[in-house]
Design a protein around this ligand. Structure first.
Ligand code: GLN
Length: 545
């Protein structure tokens, strides 16, 4: 029978609850426990696919083509797993189910209410994940903060699940914040006390407190929290800031979190094995090389908007013993003042990630042009791929005003155009070309050298594509489409053979990057940037060896 760990959040959002949940999963897995993770997002959206990255950070794409919260990225990266759409429960999804059921007559004769109908549906969706995947432990992270009105039905459902399944099968972990005040940095426990009180008010007593704080929790802080929140002192775990998020499982395991959870859930004691992970974390802390990658995006002020891209770059650096220094370049800035393109001078490589809409697109095109003309390593992803085609069409083919019809519906040269099947699409939610799709790679190309295979699967999220009418002309002028899909109809990878390293993908390789297994497209790009840097240094100092 599956046991449950419910992870709630206290005090404020953005505490790193996703990383914490993933880290707990990592600890349990290292004990030989079969874990599965899912996320509850109490907002009314059915999924986060139509949300602005400024609201919620990046939209993650699962293998089966679901647009999910970015915490899915933490789960997949920490545990090296692939989750499907059923692993996300939102208020929108729950209500949709209940309301459709009501129209069908499933509740004939009854008044449909939050309790029990909505809470029953929540419980059904959670237990269904457990039933299908049959893990020893299902970790369920609840988005938002305790006390939010929209979270209430979920917490009530979780309370019921604890009652129905028994204490030894259900654990509540509360992730909370311990701020430090004043010059001495006194650790304040009051916000946490209030947050636990709030939980208790709805009938939930947390079993374990995981405390985010700038510095390790002092012994007296732990004692105080234990006293006021009615947990044992060993149940108060310090989850203080660390340089690298992959260190979090180690920090918590050192405080006995694994043993504690196992004994509470009555799971037979197993020796932990985070040795190999520790070695990895140590190696990451001591990276020797350094390379600078300019990431040109529209949402650079909220770094979470590009979290998977940034992670994939870092993972590549780990494999190359190199620290990747990401230079965040605001595309809107370049667009408003093209002279600002000079900021790219110090970069060893330029990356243009996925995106939507006109604003900032001209800035991104300028950055692509800069990379091509200066023969700097370039990686374009999705929107970055499409804009690389636009740049080439304008500046090499001389098709003035070439554009994507997403950005300029009136363009005389729509080199990027709506996917034909998208023309029928009326509803925007969940209707892009989504998820893992097989891609064919041509031999003797950079893409083939990178993947070492002729057939791969990568995740997609787009409505637009290279317009087939322009392929011949683009290829005749030196752009090479080295990978295609859907029987050769869709362009998936472009490269420019004469360039040092110029490659872009219609798909998103970042979603398959793992800390110890970087996405090969990213690794090849970072490697090229490192080589470029060495070459440039040699040019500057010819005598140096
Ligand atoms: N806006 C583009 C499209 O819809 C690119 C999408 C993306 O970068 N994910 O095709």
């Amino acid at each position: 029978m599956t046991k449950y760990i419910f992870v709630t959040g206290g005090v404020l959002s953005g505490l790193g609850k996703g990383v914490t949940t993933a880290a707990v999963g990592k600890i349990l897995r290292s004990r030989g426990v079969k874990v599965d993770l899912c996320k509850i997002d109490p907002y009314l959206n059915v999924d986060p696919g139509l949300m602005n990255p400024y609201q919620h950070g990046e939209v993650w794409v699962t293998k089966d083509g679901y647009e999910a919260d970015l915490d899915f990225g933490h789960y997949e990266r920490f545990l090296d797993i692939e989750l499907d759409r059923e692993h996300n429960i939102t208020t929108g999804k729950v209500y949709l189910q209940v309301l459709e059921g009501e129209r069908k007559g499933n509740y004939l004769g009854q008044t449909v209410q939050i309790i029990p109908h909505v809470t029953d549906e929540i419980k059904r969706q959670i237990t269904e994940i457990a039933r299908i995947n049959n893990p020893d432990v299902l970790l369920v992270e609840i988005g938002g903060t305790t006390g939010d009105i929209e979270g209430m039905p979920f917490l009530e459902a979780l309370r019921q699940l604890r009652m129905e399944n028994g204490k030894e099968n259900v654990l509540f972990v509360h992730v909370t914040l311990i701020p430090s005040l004043g010059t001495v940095g006194e650790q304040k426990t009051k916000p946490t006390q209030h947050s636990v009180k709030e939980l208790r008010g709805i009938g939930i007593q947390p079993d374990i407190l995981i405390c985010r704080s700038p510095r390790p929790l002092l012994d007296e802080t732990k004692a105080k929290l234990a006293l006021f929140c009615d947990v044992g002192k060993p149940e108060v775990v310090s989850n203080h800031d660390v340089d690298n998020i992959y260190e979090v499982p180690l920090v918590m395991e050192e405080q006995g979190l694994g043993d504690n959870i196992l004994s509470k859930l009555n799971i037979r004691e197993r020796k932990h094995d985070l040795k190999e992970w520790r070695r990895f974390v140590e190696q990451v802390k001591g990276l020797r090389g350094e390379v600078r990658i300019a990431l040109v995006g529209k949402y650079t002020e909220l770094r979470d908007s590009y979290i998977s891209v940034a992670e994939a770059l870092k993972h590549s650096g780990y494999a190359l013993d190199t620290k990747v220094d990401i230079q965040w370049v605001e595309a809107l800035g370049l667009e408003d003042d093209p002279r600002k393109v000079g900021v790219l001078k110090g970069a060893d490589g330029i990356l243009v990630p996925g995106g939507f809409g006109k604003r900032g697109s001209e800035g991104k095109i300028l950055a692509i042009e800069y990379a091509r003309r200066n023969d700097l390593p370039f990686l374009g992803i999705c929107f970055g791929f499409q804009l690389a085609v636009v740049e080439y069409a304008r500046n090499v083919l001389g098709l003035k005003d070439a554009n994507s019809s997403e950005l300029d519906p009136q363009t005389p040269h729509p080199v990027i155009d709506l996917l034909p099947e998208q023309k029928e699409v009326k509803q925007m939610g969940g209707t892009m070309r989504l998820g893992e799709i097989p891609v064919e790679i041509e031999p003797d190309t950079l893409a083939h050298r990178i993947y070492g295979a002729t057939r791969i699967g990568e995740r997609h999220r787009h409505r637009y594509e290279v317009n087939p009418r322009y392929i011949e002309e683009l290829e005749a002028k030196g752009l090479r489409f080295s990978s295609r899909s859907d029987g050769g109809r869709r362009m998936e990878v472009l490269e420019i053979p004469g360039q040092f390293h110029f490659l872009a993908t219609q798909f998103h390789p970042e979603f398959r990057s793992r800390p110890q297994r970087p996405a090969s497209v990213f690794k090849a790009f970072v490697e090229a940037a490192v080589r470029k840097k060495v070459m440039e240094e040699k040019k500057l100092h010819p005598q140096a060896r």
